[in-house]
Design a protein around this ligand. Structure first.
Ligand code: ZN
Length: 145
């Protein structure tokens, strides 16, 4: 199992692990883009994307902090909103992620991500958006909403 798949450079400020993202997997696996269906992204940090969370946070915007995990008041309203959507739709929690990074550190967090999101079939990564492993085609049963 390669550690590069669970990499601090792919952990977005909000706690999203871009390695699990559909747009990242489409990009790294060369899935053709399709308008409204398949987009490509190299990851929030590599792209330095000015996302909803960064735009909504003066501390992130002014680079006083690099990640929500460095914030004293987790979660703010914006992160809580994003978190709720992800918990309901994809069975993952940004708030849980940033709290774990804050309390246990990045190394432990990445280890838990690897345990939770590695493909049981090939050891690659199961995408959190469509529950699919882009490396071998394995499909995980959707968490019940
Ligand atoms: Zn796989």
């Amino acid at each position: 199992m390669s550690e590069a798949k669970f990499n601090p450079e792919l952990i977005a400020p909000c706690g999203m692990n871009c390695a699990l993202c559909k747009a990242y997997n489409a990009y790294t696996h060369g899935v053709p883009t399709k308008k409204g269906k398949v987009t490509h992204c190299a990851g929030c940090l590599p792209r330095a994307k000015n996302c909803y969370i960064i735009r909504g946070c003066p501390k992130l915007r002014k680079q006083q902090i690099q990640s929500c995990s460095q914030c004293d008041s987790i979660p703010c309203e914006k992160l809580a909103h994003l978190d709720k959507r992800y918990r309901e739709r994809y069975g993952m929690s940004m708030v849980e992620n940033v709290k774990m990074i804050k309390e246990k550190g990045m190394v432990e967090f990445l280890k838990s991500q690897a345990e939770r999101h590695s493909c049981p079939n090939c050891g690659s990564v199961v995408c959190v958006h469509d529950s699919k492993c882009y490396s071998c085609g394995y499909v995980r049963n959707k968490p019940s909403a």
